[in-house]
Design a protein around this ligand. Structure first.
Ligand code: NAI
Ligand code: PYR
Length: 372
């Protein structure tokens, strides 16, 4: 198969969809890999290393869209790319359609095949292509919160861990999945007092048994969230309903009860965010203030640490990309059944229930979409 690796064009996105080591494996398996010039530069991979791995370097993204049967990105296609996507072309990337109505309608019109990293889901509810970036974003969330709590960055002027005789900051983490657990571990490591909220009793039981003593796993309810919000110095939003728009668990009224200079990091912003006052921001201008509370809502946080993130992402995506290239999409889905849930839009049909519900569109089961 001809596989295309595009340079990211989303603002301040520095990752790339495949490392030279990944390209070498694709080429060794008989595939042609087209890599856009400079695609890996910000992740520390120069054009020579891609050429050395057997890639053909291409100057113009339009040529990659024209030749490749599957194109790989990190983030969602941008408006300048919509018209380049061809019917039946596989686009393998993070889409987060439920948060982007314009992108959803544009992709439907292309009649291409959208295979979304973030909704590939195994039988146990695991999200193998979201996990590595959620690990990065969860860990980063605490770094960012610590930075913006500093007075010099507009925050309350407190240290997450406190010091002898001075209490630590209180951190509220909404969602005890990958982002939430990684954030809680980092905050605990720095000495903060952490409340970690989730809806799943079995998950809470596991977290109670494995998390440090300064982390308290708690069952989610509007009442407990209301109480904990008013006590928190930091809130980290890490809730997910795969494929769907994130529920708003914290209202503007609740944000008003927070202390001046406290910090919200809404990591879940890529699916719409779980706090009513959240709106997407960029690495250039990551923070804004509402009712005295700083909001950090960058929708591509791992893009700030591309050398770590690009390798972690390729480690997870490569087996799937290789299976598609070697055996075709349908056979690859038979080999890795979790990929079926990754198919969000197929030949003009919305095949992900969460996306259909977000925009009141017709839902078509994947099996039907290939034959209509
Ligand atoms: N902004 C960024 O750069 C990045 C954002 N993300 C996003 O972070 C979000 C979380 O991702 P993961 O941790 O991987 O998902 P996950 O599926 O591992 O965890 C989500 C957790 O939310 C819990 N949950 C659902 N409803 C809840 C409720 N009402 N109250 C409390 N908890 C609830 C679930 O039980 C689950 O444990 C996703 O939207 C993901 O796309 C991930 C990576 C980077
Ligand atoms: C998960 C995601 O959207 C990201 O890593 O940017």
């Amino acid at each position: 198969m001809i596989v295309g690796i595009l340079k990211e064009i989303k603002h301040q996105e520095n990752r790339v969809a495949m490392t030279p080591a990944g390209v070498e494996i694709m080429v060794a398996n008989g595939h042609s890999v087209l890599v856009e010039k400079n695609a890996g530069a910000a992740s520390g991979f120069d054009d020579e290393s891609y050429a050395g791995a057997g890639a053909r370097l291409v100057g113009n993204p339009a040529d990659i869209f024209a030749d490749a049967e599957m194109v790989m990105h990190v983030k969602e296609p941008q408006p300048s790319e919509y018209d380049l996507i061809r019917e039946d072309q596989i686009v393998f990337t993070y889409f987060h359609f439920a948060a982007y109505e314009q992108l959803t309608h544009a992709f439907i019109r292309t009649r291409g095949i959208a295979l979304a990293y973030e909704t590939i889901e195994d039988n146990n509810g695991g999200l193998p292509l979201l996990i590595p970036m959620s690990e990065v974003a969860g860990r980063m969330a605490v770094q960012e919160a610590a930075r913006y709590l500093e007075r010099t960055h507009g925050g309350r002027g407190i240290l997450l861990g406190g010091v002898t005789g001075v209490p630590p900051a209180r951190v509220l983490v909404l969602g005890g999945g990958t982002v939430g657990t990684n954030a809680a571990l980092m905050a605990c490591g720095l000495g903060a007092q952490v409340d970690l909220i989730d809806t799943r009793l079995d998950r809470l039981r596991y977290l109670s048994a494995t998390m440090p003593k300064n982390c308290v796993p708690i069952m989610s309810s509007p009442a407990i969230i209301r109480q904990k919000v008013s006590e928190a110095d930091v809130i980290i939003g890490a809730v997910l309903l795969p494929g769907a728009k994130t529920p708003k668990l914290i209202t503007r009224e609740m944000v008003k009860t927070m202390k001046t200079g406290s910090v919200i990091v809404d990591v879940a912003i890529d699916q719409g965010g779980c706090i009513e006052t959240s709106r997407p921001t960029t690495h250039d201008d990551p923070v804004y203030e509402i009712d005295g509370v700083l909001h950090y809502c960058v929708s591509n946080m791992p893009g700030a640490v591309p050398m770590t993130s690009t390798i972690a992402l390729t480690n997870a995506t490569l087996p799937y990309a290789l299976a598609i290239a070697s055996n075709g999409l349908l056979e690859a889905v038979r080999e890795f059944p979790e990929m079926q849930k990754g198919l969000n839009i197929v030949r003009g049909h919305v095949t992900c229930k969460g996306v259909a519900e977000a925009f009141d569109l017709d839902y078509t089961p994947v099996e039907k979409s290939f034959y209509e």
